[in-house]
Structures are given as C-alpha cells and as structure tokens.
Design a protein around this ligand. Structure first.
Ligand SMILES: [Zn+2]
Length: 296
C-alpha cells in the first residue's frame, strides 16, 4: 500500500514537473533510518542505536524512555549507546531521534521498543540481625560512598574516550557470574548484584575494558580499593576489591592498560574482581557491553 502511494506520488510529481526538471530529477535526500540492537532488549542490556541517512547532519539528538541519547559520528552514520537498568519495568518504551541537516532542515523519527523481563537468581537467607545490620558509622560511610558514586554516574563528559570493542578486564576463564542475583535476607530484598564477579588469584592484573579517564580511585566500605573509568558520554566501568591500584585520578588509559591487581579488599569473601558497567545510573550486564556491535 505504501509502495503504491509512493508510486502515485512520484507519478504526480513527474506530471507536474516542468520538462527541464524531468530530464534531471532532483537528488533525493537519503532516507533517515534508526536501528536499535538488540531490537527487544532485556533488563540490564546495553542498546546500540545506529542512525543512517544522516551523514550530512549538523546535529543528531534523541531520547529513549526519557533518557537523552548522546550521539557520536560513526563512519558515515551516527551512533549512541544507552542502557536499560537491571530493575527497569518491562514495558513498551518510546524513543525519538531528531536530525538537523546541513541546510538546517529538521527530520524526526519515533518508535517504541519493548523491554523484556529477565529472570535473575534469588537466594533467601535467614540470619541473625547482628550479622546483617551495619553499625551506624559503617552505615554512614557506605551511604556517603554510594552518594559519591551516584554523583559520578550523573556526570556526562561530552567527549567519547572509548573506541571499538570492550575487552574483558581480567584474563581468567569463563564468563564471570553474579550479575543481577539478589539476596532476600530475613524477608528484606537487598539490591541486586550490579556487576560481574571473576574469581582470580590475588595479584592477577586488572586491565581497562576500553580507553577512558580515571575518574575515581577510592577505598570504599563495600567495594574496597576501586577504580572508576569514565569512557565519556555517560558510560563508566568500575573495578573493585583491588589489592593494589596502579593509576591515579585524571590519567587517561588505553584498552588493556593495567589499572591494578585482584584482591579481596572491602566486603569480599575471597580474592575476585567485581566489574561493573554504568550507563548513567543504569546498571548494565557487562556481557552486553562486550557484545556491542561496534566496529570503529
Ligand atoms: Zn561483586
């Protein structure tokens, strides 16, 4: 039906056009196309948004589910990455992309994307309160550190530091474990585990998943010695429970550069790396960051 209407419109234009224009048809602007990968994301997924047909765009902006999209030039196209938080409600979410071309003309595309539920493991425990509750001082400390991290995630550096694929931060076998698992202690649900854990020997090198700027080096109650990398455009990766940190705040590191070594600092039962991915405040499954279809 649409093809037929387009044909009729084209025929009409030909009929109405003066003979000179018929001989040299005007160049048609490229069709604006927006593609989301994956098309039906789950809770905790990273989404890659690709905008084609806008190579001469002066500006590309948009939003997905109320989160603004930070576009960057990507070959002849434009792209953005956006995260679906681990606890985002499964539903249809709206997206919108607006383009202003070199001549100042505006084009817009809108659509919806279905956020699918994902089942995470749950563990129910009954423990004496003394083992569960923090003392007031630790409580205050942990809460101040959580506030500091939230302030970091709310900071969007306008520059993109990362490029190409994201690499695993530690050279051990297996995909890691624990993303999204939740403990219900004495009937109270705790926060879901927001990262992936890899068990490794103390002293195993921990490397940057991609190029970024060291935004934070800290020694936190839960995370122990940690490094947060700012990859730009609101994307962060965190490396926790480190035995030793080898970088300083403000340094720019490349993918694969050593940040420190595996340890068991903070709240940890044994040496392991807790690796966390934040797209703004959205807690993202690292596996979906590694799977991003980025080629540049
Ligand atoms: Zn962990």
């Amino acid at each position: 039906m649409r093809a037929r209407r387009a044909f009729l419109a084209a025929a009409l234009i030909l009929l109405l056009a003066p003979p000179a224009a018929r001989a040299a048809p005007p160049e048609r602007p490229p069709t604006l196309t927006v593609r989301l990968t994956p098309t039906a994301p789950r809770q905790g997924d990273m989404i890659f948004v690709l905008v084609t047909g806008a190579s001469s765009a002066r500006e590309v902006e948009g939003s997905l589910d109320g989160t603004s999209l930070a576009f960057f030039p990507y070959g002849e196209s434009w792209a953005a990455v956006v995260g679906v938080d681990i606890e985002a409600a499964p539903r249809k979410a709206a997206w919108r992309v607006g383009v202003i071309d070199a001549a100042g003309a505006a084009q817009k595309k809108t659509g919806t994307v279905t956020i699918r539920r994902r089942t995470f493991p749950e563990q129910r425990l009954t423990l004496p309160d003394s083992m569960v509750d923090l003392d007031p001082e630790s409580e205050r400390r942990a809460s101040a550190e959580a506030t500091r991290l939230r302030a970091l995630y709310d900071t969007t550096t306008p520059e993109r530091f990362w490029q190409g694929r994201f690499t695993r931060p530690v050279a051990v076998e297996g995909p890691g474990s624990g993303f999204g698992s939740r403990r219900v202690i004495n009937g109270k649900p705790r926060n879901p585990h927001g990262g992936t854990d890899w068990s490794a020997d103390r002293g195993t090198p921990v490397v940057a998943a991609n190029r970024g700027r060291v935004a934070l080096v800290g020694d936190f109650f839960f995370g122990g010695r940690l490094v947060a990398l700012d990859h730009g455009l609101g994307l962060y990766t965190l490396y926790m429970h480190l035995d030793r940190v080898d970088v300083t705040e403000g340094a720019v590191v490349g993918r694969g550069d050593t940040l420190g070594v595996v340890g068991a600092t903070g709240r940890a039962t044994g040496p392991h790396l807790h690796f966390q991915v934040q797209a703004g405040r959205a807690r993202i499954d690292p596996a979906t960051l590694f799977a991003l279809p980025v080629g540049d």
